[in-house]
Design a protein around this ligand. Sequence first.
Ligand code: UFG
Length: 344
Amino acid sequence: MKILVCGGAGYIGSHTILELLSADYEVVIADNFSNSCPEVIKRLEKISGTSIPYAEGDLDDQSFVDQLFEQYGPFEAVIHFAALKAVGESCLKPIEYYKNNLISTLNILDSMRKFGCHKIIYSSSATVYGEPEHLPIAESVGTSSATNPYGQSKIINERFLEDYAKADPEFIATALRYANPLGAHESGEIGEEPNGIPGNLVPYIAKVAVGKLDHLNIFGDDYPTPDGTGRRDYIHVVDLAKGHVAALAEMNTRKGFDAINLGTGRSYSVFEILNCYSEVCGRKLPYEIKARRPGDIAENYLDPTKAKEKLNWTAQYDLRRMLEDSWHWQSKNPDGYTSPADSK
Ligand code: UFG
């Protein structure tokens, strides 16, 4: 069965490609490499020993998306990872975020309709829950109040899927609401490598650890949490990738839209992450306390019960393993995917 993976060269997408191939799916990647690069695909081919077809282009161009279905289809399902994803940046560039993240999803749905593809897994996020009233967050609380345009774009995309599922009885959609992914594939060949200065916590710490950045800026130590820093539910990216394979199987058992959390059910603070990373890389990593970042919340962590019940999926890896795998990837590839061949 062939799966179209939009954003398949990105961080979560690339790890999911490996899990799909292990589960005997065929894959086609569509990516514009705006926050990734073609070298990722070479690495995926090296790890898997499989040739992976890919098309470079923008999903906000309907003719490109139609062409994907025409040239590489038919597809059993689409997994849609492709999006702009930095919470802070989205507050500064809301138009770019809404245009990119909404139009691409509408184009994919339109092409799916034209070419008779009925299944989609959509990359959603814990950010759709906004500032939670209760922890852990269960899917049943609803999603009307994200604190930033990035999160709003995820909520609106979920609504597109829900509405389309009401209009087309054949349609099956799963929004997977992710906790914060960390870590890397055990090979150290693929990992998280954002363009420019990382916006997320652990990629930033990894750059400090490898000596590319001077110190971590901690955005606020006055949150109502035990050590004053923000707390999040962190999940190994390979666990997350496996959740997609489990979700594809579950979509054979029902129709319509569903939303499922992929998280661990616990949170860690910025200081806990920094201290654990210092242990893993063998050096006390420097930091400075800065003002809170716009759009941030104090704490979130997801209730993973529904994923266990419906997908038979539970996260396997602990924080230490996530950070060991992050460090393995970063120390083996200090310049990311452009690291010279002899350091790989
Ligand atoms: N943080 C710092 N310094 C940094 C970066 C982050 O102190 O340089 C702090 C943040 O303030 C926050 C925590 O580290 O308290 C985590 O921040 P991230 O940027 O790593 O992650 P977010 O929780 O803001 O967002 C991430 C993804 C989103 C996703 C969300 C789901 O970027 O795409 O997790 O919870 F929606």
